[in-house]
Design a protein around this ligand. Structure first.
Ligand SMILES: Nc1nc2c(ncn2[C@@H]2O[C@H](COP(=O)(O)OP(=O)(O)O)[C@@H](O)[C@H]2O)c(=O)[nH]1
Ligand SMILES: [Mg+2]
Ligand SMILES: [Zn+2]
Length: 300
C-alpha cells in the first residue's frame, strides 16, 4: 500500500465524496470515519491532507484549521466574497449588500461589491457610497464585457465565492470570463420553479490563477431569516465608522439616534453614506432586544 501523503484543497463535495485537488490532479476521496466522531464535516475550500492508496481508494486524513467559513453555501478559507448586485432586474438592495459586507468583515473575508448589468446603467450613487466605506467596487457587464480585466486581476492566488440574488448574472459573469465553463444561466422564474430545493453545493473552479465558486444565489426571503451580528460587534462590521468610534458624547452610544453621536455627525457631514447608515440602524434594531441564544446563525 502507498504511504504517500498529499496536501490539497477540496473543490467539490457530492454524495459523500470529496474532490480534492492536489499536485494538479483531482482525487475522489472519502473522509475517514474518525471525522464524524469528532464532529468535523469537511467542506469546499478546506485544506486537507490525503492518501491515495494503491487500490484506487483515496482518504482524507486531516483537515487543517479553517481561517474562516461561511454556511450559505458551505465553504472555508475564503479570501474574497464578491457580492453581485445588478443595476436592474433585479434592483439592487442595499440592506442585503450591507448585511453581506458586514458578515464578510466579521469573518475576516474581503468583500467586493460588484455591480452587474452595467450595460443597463451605471449606479453612480451606490458606487460613491461604497467607495466612501472603503469597500472595493467593480462594474461589470456580460453583454459588453466591461470590467472583465479588473475582475480577472482579483483572481490570482485567491479563493473567491460569488454571491448575490438569483438572476443578478453570476453565472453569466463567469461564462464571460471563462467561456469554456458553459454554466447554465437564464430565466429567474424557471430556475426558482425547478431549482428551489435542489442542491446548494458549491464547486471551486481553478481559474485565472485562483479558485472561484459560483453559487445558486439566494432569494430576498432567505436572507431575512439569516444571521444577525450582535449589537456590540456591529460597528466593526462598518469599517467607515472606525475613525469616529469612541468620540460620541455617551459611552453607551448605539449610534442610531443619540445626541452628540460622532457617527451621526459624520453622516450629516457626508463622510459616511446615508444609505449605509440606514442599513446599520436596521441591523441594530433587529438585534438590539435579542438575547444571545435567540440570535440565529449566519447570513453567509
Ligand atoms: N442586460 C444584461 N443582462 C444580463 C447580464 N448578465 C446576465 N444577464 C441576464 O440576467 C439573467 C440571469 O443571469 P444568470 O447569469 O443566470 O444569473 P445568476 O442567477 O446570478 O447566475 C439572464 O437572463 C441573463 O441573460 C448583463 O451583464 N447585462
Ligand atoms: Mg447562476
Ligand atoms: Zn454614537
Amino acid at each position: 500500500m502507498s504511504d504517500i501523503k498529499l496536501t490539497g484543497i477540496i473543490i467539490r463535495s457530492i454524495g459523500g465524496f470529496y474532490y480534492v485537488e492536489a499536485a494538479d490532479t483531482v482525487y475522489e476521496c472519502k473522509a475517514r470515519g474518525n471525522f464524524r466522531k469528532k464532529g468535523i464535516k469537511p467542506i469546499v475550500g478546506d485544506r486537507v491532507s490525503i492518501t491515495p492508496w494503491d487500490n484506487g481508494y483515496c482518504s482524507i486524513d486531516e483537515v487543517c484549521e479553517r481561517r474562516n467559513s461561511i454556511v450559505r453555501p458551505a465553504a472555508a478559507n475564503l479570501d474574497t466574497l464578491i457580492i453581485v448586485a445588478s443595476v436592474r432586474d433585479p434592483q439592487p438592495n442595499t440592506l442585503i449588500i450591507d448585511k453581506m459586507t458586514a458578515a464578510a468583515f466579521i469573518k475576516g473575508i474581503e468583500p467586493v461589491v460588484l455591480f452587474s448589468k452595467t450595460d443597463l446603467g451605471v449606479p453612480e450613487e451606490l458606487i460613491r457610497s461604497y467607495k466612501l466605506a472603503g469597500i472595493k467596487t467593480v462594474c461589470f457587464s456580460s453583454i459588453d464585457g466591461s470590467g472583465k480585466e479588473e475582475l480577472l486581476s482579483l483572481l490570482p492566488g485567491k479563493v473567491i465565492v460569488l454571491t448575490g440574488n438569483s438572476g443578478v448574472g453570476k453565472s453569466s459573469l463567469l461564462n464571460t470570463l471563462f467561456p469554456h465553463l458553459g454554466l447554465e444561466t437564464g430565466d429567474i422564474s424557471k430556475k426558482l420553479g425547478r431549482g428551489r430545493h435542489t442542491t446548494r453545493s458549491v464547486e471551486l473552479y481553478k481559474l485565472g490563477g485562483g479558485y472561484i465558486a459560483d453559487t445558486p444565489g439566494f432569494s430576498t426571503l432567505d436572507i431575512e431569516r439569516y444571521e444577525m451580528i450582535e449589537k456590540e460587534k456591529l460597528p466593526e462590521a462598518f469599517p467607515e465608522f472606525n475613525d469616529y468610534l469612541g468620540k460620541c458624547r455617551f459611552n453607551s452610544c448605539s449610534h442610531t439616534c443619540e445626541k452628540g453621536c460622532a457617527i451621526i455627525d459624520a453622516v450629516e457631514k457626508g463622510k459616511i453614506s446615508q444609505s449605509r447608515f440606514e442599513s446599520y440602524k436596521i441591523m441594530y434594531n433587529e438585534v438590539k432586544d435579542l438575547k444571545k441564544w435567540q440570535q440565529k446563525n449566519d447570513v453567509l
